[in-house]
Write a protein that binds this ligand. Sequence first.
Ligand code: ZN
Length: 333
Amino acid sequence: MAARLRRLILLFALAAAVPLVGLVPIAAGQAPAAQAAPARHVDRSVLMRDVATLGAAAFEGRGTGTPGGLGARQWLVEQFRSVGLQPAHTSDYLQPFTVTARDLRAIPPGGRPFRSTHEAANVVGRLSGRNPGGRIIAVTAHYDHLGVREGVLYPGADDNASGVAVLLAAARHFRHNPPQHGFVFAALDAEELGLHGATTLVRSAVLPSERVALNVNLDMVSRNDRNEIYAAGPYHSPWLTPILLDVQTRAAVRILFGHDRPDSRSRGLEDWTRSSDHAAFHEAGIPFVYFGVEDHADYHKPTDNPDRIDPRFFGDVADMIVEALRTFDARLP
Ligand SMILES: [Zn+2]
């Protein structure tokens, strides 16, 4: 009896353990590999063309208000127009603003940084959803970078030509696949000087922030040799977690959770809640998901070149982000 009972208990324990075994890969912060065939949405040759264009020397590292920054801005306006986005601002896609900030690029040797004023502008376009007047999903990515410092060019391919290239890919996708909710696409300026473009957008009438249900911010999304990318934000908005786990089943990259908790409870991971443009939305009480890779050796270096981007990883990330946006659009609570 006892033996049978022991066997029964053992069987029970085993039966109880089997489902767990299936789930164990979901270690805290990690999600299982795709079960369904990974979703494909993005034209990867256009994606690579866009990141190479923005990361090219012609745009001189896209310093805010510099000739290179203005060139990138004009190129973005042409892209928004050719995609067929509606201007979010009355006449065109530009939301100009002025930034007075400590300009680290202009420190004379041994000197102290001094405040300088920059003519900046966000590039903002929108797509109305199938239920006009409803809630909005705001997709953001900063297009500015460090520019040229003491004669050295900082191309900023991963930071953040990559995020802008995915934003353009998403805009093209939804232009041809009308979403349920309205979408605002914003290529933001002056992030490197202090998230000024995002703050300007959130506090302005260009974005009716009371209607924004979710901000999806893209900053550094093209490089990781562990096939991983973080989705920071669910700690503040837990309803995002099941949606991202669902997206994971149709993605070829691993979505990690983390980098969004107060340092004390984050297993030593830096808290990115205020590290990029989503911070302005978070401050305004708007839920956010920030997609970004772990910092790499070329972060804020002159070596952050387009030719260091892995087209396979970057393409898989772009497809995952568009799939995530489709799923958020379909499943907003
Ligand atoms: Zn950045």
